[in-house]
Design a protein around this ligand. Structure first.
Ligand code: FES
Length: 224
């Protein structure tokens, strides 16, 4: 069976049309690890129910940030263990592709799911983080079209440079936050500070002035 490209991050959900075109050129389907439809688990179930005996998954990371490749195996293994009835053979490419033109390259190195892979839980993911603030980056349709991916990338890089981690600031992608005319929108909670037209330069300012120094960036602040 043709390989199923699996979008790893919200950025790959944004690139859904490209993934679909690639899959269609191979008479295959697509799936998403998160925030996209169909989810990997749903697509595996659909394929298995249709009688497919073997499925190959290729993780796709076309954007700036993606979860570790191991999560593709973990999610596939979780499905495989939970699957009632006939289970197809599931193999996973051992590398993510960062360009759809390299799908064939990673198909040279596949590893089967055996069911012995780690589960969905891990000790490091047990507790709520100690974050003082949560930054909500809008990834709704208008903010995405207005460049929220670049906003997200600049924000994450600035946070890394400033030494801010999940115990300081929890970054969360959201759907539409409503003031679409001000896209790309970012809000900071519990400060109840909302920002509009957050380009990469503004994102860096939000990190340095607001998240580090505690002073909201007035030039991009939306009225409340
Ligand atoms: S799409 Fe971002 S506020 Fe509506």
């Amino acid at each position: 069976m043709s390989p199923v490209p699996v979008g790893m991050s919200v950025s790959d959900v944004d690139r859904r049309d490209a993934l679909l075109a690639e899959a269609r050129s191979r008479q295959a389907s697509v799936a998403f690890l998160q925030m996209g439809d169909p989810s990997l688990s749903l697509e595996l179930t659909r394929l298995a129910d249709s009688g497919v005996s073997s499925i190959t998954l290729v993780g796709v990371n076309l954007g700036p940030l993606a979860p570790a490749h191991s999560w593709l195996r973990r999610i596939a293994a979780h499905w495989w263990r939970e699957r009632a009835g006939e289970r197809p053979v599931v193999t996973v490419a051992t590398r993510l592709v960062t360009s759809l033109s390299s799908v064939d390259d990673v198909l040279l190195d596949l590893k089967p799911i055996t069911g012995s892979e780690p589960g969905l839980t891990s000790a490091a993911r047990k507790d709520v983080t100690g974050h003082a603030r949560q930054v909500l980056i809008c990834r709704g349709p208008r903010c995405t079209a207005a460049g929220s991916e670049d906003t997200m990338r600049a924000l994450i890089l600035a946070m890394m440079e400033a030494g801010l981690g999940d115990d300081d600031v929890l970054v969360t992608h959201t759907g539409c936050q409503f003031p679409c005319n001000r896209a790309p929108v970012v809000s900071v909670q519990p400060d109840d500070v909302w920002y509009g037209a957050v380009d990469p330069a503004a994102a860096a300012m939000i990190v340095h002035d607001h998240l580090v120094a505690g002073s909201p960036v007035e030039s991009h602040r939306l009225p409340r």
